[in-house]
Design a protein around this ligand. Structure first.
Ligand code: SAH
Length: 236
């Protein structure tokens, strides 16, 4: 380990405060519970060793297997749109590093209720995420699954909130079905490498409402209800 390259805990905490201050000033983050969660969850613990030093750069960072941990502002925008509160049941599709799942857990955790189910299609990333979740103390509230998350998790449905952190050509039908009523889902929808839009889906009294929150860039959701993977080529 290179001691010069590793900041100590207090320095990471200072950097976390600086980023939060900037994102609060530009109104990316507004809610007290989200701000508190951001300060409590150490992003550096969800990164490969060599990238820890860059933990508070507000940019996507590689976590291996061609995947990325989303930029800090994007993670917080999605959390704000989800309207999380204590005791809710959350489904995340695209565990990646486990960071977003840990932040959700930090907001919804309560003594008796609240759970985050998170699904990852790349087995080694699911293992990496689980390790990160255990070492940061969120194991009690987070369950990691290795499978195609575009089909959701029917055995644990319904979910009060669904967070999709990979882009899909359309909103997967099983996810709409597995969303509780009332419920909120946040999902990037659009092309494979081009334009995608962040869609907020609300289910209320059996009705589905959709709001477009603007352009975003995510890695693809690969699966039965996402982009298809055929002999090494991804298409829809
Ligand atoms: N939320 C993550 C970042 C996610 S990147 C974090 O906080 O670090 C998107 C992730 O979605 C990748 O890890 C990718 O492997 C995963 N993914 C893509 N298609 C998927 C599918 N059908 N089911 C589950 N995970 C999927």
């Amino acid at each position: 380990m290179d001691g010069c390259l590793n900041l100590n805990k207090t320095e990471f905490e200072k950097q976390r405060l600086i980023v939060l201050d900037r994102l609060t000033r530009i109104r990316v983050v507004k809610s007290k519970n989200i701000k508190k969660a951001f300060l409590n969850v150490p992003r550096e613990e969800f990164l490969p060793e060599k990238l820890r030093i860059r933990a508070y750069e507000d940019t996507p960072l590689p976590i291996g297997w061609g995947q990325t941990i989303s930029a800090i502002h994007m993670v917080l925008i999605m959390l704000e749109e989800l309207k999380l509160s204590k005791g809710l049941t959350v489904l995340e599709i695209g565990t990646g590093s486990g960071y977003h799942a840990a932040l959700c857990a930090e907001v919804i955790k309560s003594d008796s209720k609240g759970c985050v189910y998170t699904i990852e299609r790349i087995k080694k990333l699911a293992v990496f995420a689980l390790r990160n979740i255990v070492k940061t103390g969120y194991r009690k509230w987070v369950r990691v699954f290795h499978r195609d998350g575009s089909k959701g998790l029917p055995e644990k449905a319904p979910f009060d909130r669904i967070l999709v952190t990979a882009a899909s050509p359309s909103i997967p039908k099983p996810l709409i079905e597995q969303l509780n009523d009332p419920g909120v889902m946040v999902i990037p929808v659009g092309g494979l490498h081009l334009w995608q839009e962040l869609i907020v889906v609300e289910k209320i009294n059996g009705e589905i409402k959709q709001v477009n929150r603007g352009g975003v860039a995510f890695v693809p959701l690969i699966g039965e209800y996402g982009f298809k993977y055929n002999n090494g080529i991804i298409d829809n």
